[in-house]
Design a protein around this ligand. Structure first.
Ligand SMILES: [Fe+2]
Length: 261
């Protein structure tokens, strides 16, 4: 299967350095979220953090990065489409993604009020990661770093390398929903999983757009270094954030998870 970016685009040194960062966007506590056994309180701790740290405000973070871009139509168009989908669900014909997230939470039995802003409640490492996202999306040394932070690091996953190589294809539609751990293990009804449907419908295109935007417009070595350094900083802050949430969930790292990480 061929790469969505074509062979040459994914073989440069910048690509490799960014993929090496994404290879590490994996946390020892993740397997807990893909198997049964978590209590409602643990699930709420995880999802409340996710919502308050980046889900609720992701469209605004994208808007900050868009506001920094020079007049390059394809970059502005890609970011605007991403922002439009995140804040309205207009492309996937759904609803704003933060709203879809709350509907998924209601499917798990939580109340919207549980996700009201409560800054004092966040783990300090979660607040630090959120601060980094807010600051860097607006004020990174160059626009490429702001865009890479959001569209490659935050929206991307540990599957990035395989997805670009065309060897990993994310599930779509009902398949993505029926196999989702929240449906399989935690009783979330399929009807509450619109967010998964929306992501499955649009994010394959978003992934290739993200890489194109950054790779096509980062030919200068110094900017490339800045992009990589930004994503490395984000990775470190993200790991501290995930460690903090795992601590709040009272999860401990056992030998099996340590070996798998
Ligand atoms: Fe989204």
């Amino acid at each position: 299967m061929s790469s969505p970016l074509g062979k040459n685009a994914v073989s440069g040194p910048l690509t490799e350095r960014l993929l090496a960062v994404m290879d590490q966007k994996n946390h020892w506590a993740y397997p807990h979220l893909t198997r049964p056994g978590l209590t409602n309180a643990q699930l709420l701790t995880h999802f409340r953090h996710e919502y308050l740290v980046y889900v609720r405000d992701f469209p605004v973070l994208l808007a900050r990065a868009l506001g920094r871009t020079p007049p390059i139509d394809e970059v502005r168009k890609s970011l605007a489409e991403n922002l439009y989908e995140e804040q309205t669900g207009g492309i996937s014909k759904s609803a704003p993604h933060p709203e879809l997230f709350l509907r998924m939470m209601e499917g798990l039995g939580f109340r919207r009020e549980d996700f009201a802003d409560d800054d004092a409640w966040l783990h300090p490492s979660a607040r630090a990661y959120r601060d980094l996202l807010r600051e860097t999306s607006a004020n990174a040394p160059d626009w490429q770093s702001s865009v890479a932070l959001l569209t490659i690091f935050v929206e991307g996953s540990v599957n990035e390398r395989a997805e670009l190589a065309g060897t990993y294809v994310r599930a779509r539609g009902d398949d993505a929903v029926t196999k989702h751990p929240l449906v399989v293990h935690y009783g979330c009804p399929s009807s509450a999983m619109e967010l998964t449907r929306a992501h499955a419908a649009v994010e394959g295109d978003h992934r290739s757009d993200a890489w194109k935007m950054v790779l096509d417009h980062t030919k200068d070595d110094a900017i490339g270094q800045s992009v990589v350094a930004t994503c490395v900083r984000a990775l470190a802050a993200w790991h501290r954030y995930r460690d903090g949430v795992a601590e709040r969930m009272h999860l401990s790292r056992d030998a099996r998870e340590g070996a798998a990480a």
